[in-house]
Design a binder for this molecule. Structure first.
Ligand code: ZN
Length: 187
């Protein structure tokens, strides 16, 4: 799976400014997996195999990273696919998506770090009376510190090196700092 991430250019090596303000020598860009539908399908199927026993009625993911993933996983577990998105900072179910009371809902995400957005999605599911049956992500970079109380699955566990900006070996080597997504990467 790690090989696949490298192959599609989803695992980048360099000097990156993370959204937390910290620096890292690696970055994961899961959107690159779905650039090739064949890979996206393969990933969706791999997650579907892990969660199928929970028999979800709905597979849901947070926009943007969870949209195609939820769709691909839902295809293989024969469930409905939907996504949440933020409106004024609040995670919501829009576009006339609806979860029925008592439905079993699997939450999927591309990369799980703190689990914060997954918990926000879980809050939305509960507002509708749905039941979160399991959670899954492609990459788990939480180092086992996730606050989930339902079964959690991932395809790959990855510990990324993280440096404080004022104590970063890459800064000391004058490697140019890149804000992911803001310019083209050679890999
Ligand atoms: Zn740095």
């Amino acid at each position: 799976m790690l090989e696949l991430l490298r192959e599609v250019g989803a695992l980048l090596e360099g000097h990156f400014l993370l959204s937390s303000g910290k620096h890292s020598s690696k970055y994961i860009q899961c959107a690159k997996i779905f650039e090739r539908p064949g890979y996206g399908e393969k990933i969706g199927k791999a997650i579907a195999e892990k969660i199928a026993a929970h028999k979800p009625d709905v597979v849901i993911g947070p926009a943007l990273g969870g949209i195609i993933l939820a769709y691909e996983v839902a295809r293989h577990v024969n469930a409905r696919a939907m996504f949440t998105e933020r409106e004024d900072g609040q995670m919501k179910l829009r576009r006339n998506f609806h979860i029925k009371e008592g439905e079993r809902v699997a939450i999927v995400e591309d990369v799980t770090t703190t689990g914060k957005s997954v918990l926000e999605v879980a809050g939305v599911v509960q507002e509708y009376g749905g039941q979160v049956c399991c959670i899954a992500s492609i990459v788990d970079r939480s180092v086992g510190k996730l606050p989930f109380d339902v079964p959690f699955y991932s395809l790959v566990k990855l510990e990324l090196p993280v440096f404080e900006p004022d104590d970063c070996p890459l800064c000391r080597q004058n490697v140019p700092l890149v804000k992911p997504g803001s310019r083209k990467h050679s890999s």
